[in-house]
Design a protein around this ligand. Sequence first.
Ligand SMILES: NC(=O)c1ccc[n+]([C@@H]2O[C@H](COP(=O)([O-])OP(=O)(O)OC[C@H]3O[C@@H](n4cnc5c(N)ncnc54)[C@H](OP(=O)(O)O)[C@@H]3O)[C@@H](O)[C@H]2O)c1
Length: 305
Amino acid sequence: MADSGLILVTGAAGRLGAVGRTVTGLLLDRGFPVRAMVRREDDRAAALRAAGAEVVVGDLLEPADVYRVVNGCRRVYFGMSVSAGYLEATVTMAAVARELGMDALVNMSQMTVSEMSIENTTPSPQQRQHWLSEQALAWSGLPVVTIRPTVFLEGFFLPLTGPSVRDRGRIELPFGQGKTSPVATADVARVIAAVLADPRPHLGRIYELTGPRSQDIHGVAREYSDALNREVTYSDIPPADWERELKKAGLPEHLTRHLVTMAELNRAGRYDRMSDGVERVTGRPAMSVREFVSLHAGEFGGRRS
Ligand SMILES: NC(=O)c1ccc[n+]([C@@H]2O[C@H](COP(=O)([O-])OP(=O)(O)OC[C@H]3O[C@@H](n4cnc5c(N)ncnc54)[C@H](OP(=O)(O)O)[C@@H]3O)[C@@H](O)[C@H]2O)c1
């Protein structure tokens, strides 16, 4: 099939700051034609269309939908929300990509996968599915580029620490004294857009992505304090209390089990990782926690003048 240049971005609706949505914007800004796949017609779909994307509606768990949205695209970003059907969606995408042919499939994964094997897995159903998805894509023979970010500032720290920082000046997490190096999805999206713009040098590579510093949550709290010009402290809360709060908030079981595992791995020091993937691919270093909190100061309760 001839390369029309059209790039498919799945999971494109997202929240503001989600990966697919940001990748779509970055590629459009660079003049690439983008097909943005969403699950439903809503104001997010309308905004993508207004920005210049060709918006297609479909379900990544429906093979016929996946065939329809991939057809005509030789480069694809594949990512969707943390959910129970993740492995099925990945294998469906791989089957369709093999049928239609593809020049680059950029697969969203997670950094924890780097430390997983048959004998060393984790209790998170999402991490297990990412590990299996990476295996299946390797068997597929497709031209894959694997993106393994650590925890997101937008997708984790903003929603899960924003309210307590706003109301009580505290980061309340059951992370013990473990270190972490969160990365901004803005940076993750910059990496993915750079790869999709010119995939050839990246094919077969795995990019681990972290922020610029690995530190415990007391250190993270100091960066919040600097950004907000007021004291923010870390409160190491009991894991069972956190799990109860997540359940009370009505999160799906799959997501709750994933988050509870993340906390457990944090306490065990498994998020103490550093990589220069963002700078290597984009030429610009990853955003610090302080820069991120400054940019989103309003959502953390504002900066004291
Ligand atoms: N959050 C983190 O800290 C973190 C860290 C490392 C890696 N990751 C990985 O990043 C990915 C999530 O990225 P994100 O936060 O940018 O995603 P997201 O915003 O949570 O989800 C992207 C989109 O996927 C869509 N979607 C869900 N199920 C679908 C289906 N069956 N068919 C079509 N679309 C579907 C959702 O549509 P609706 O909005 O309409 O529901 C959503 O807009 C996951 O692979 C996760 O493992 C996350």
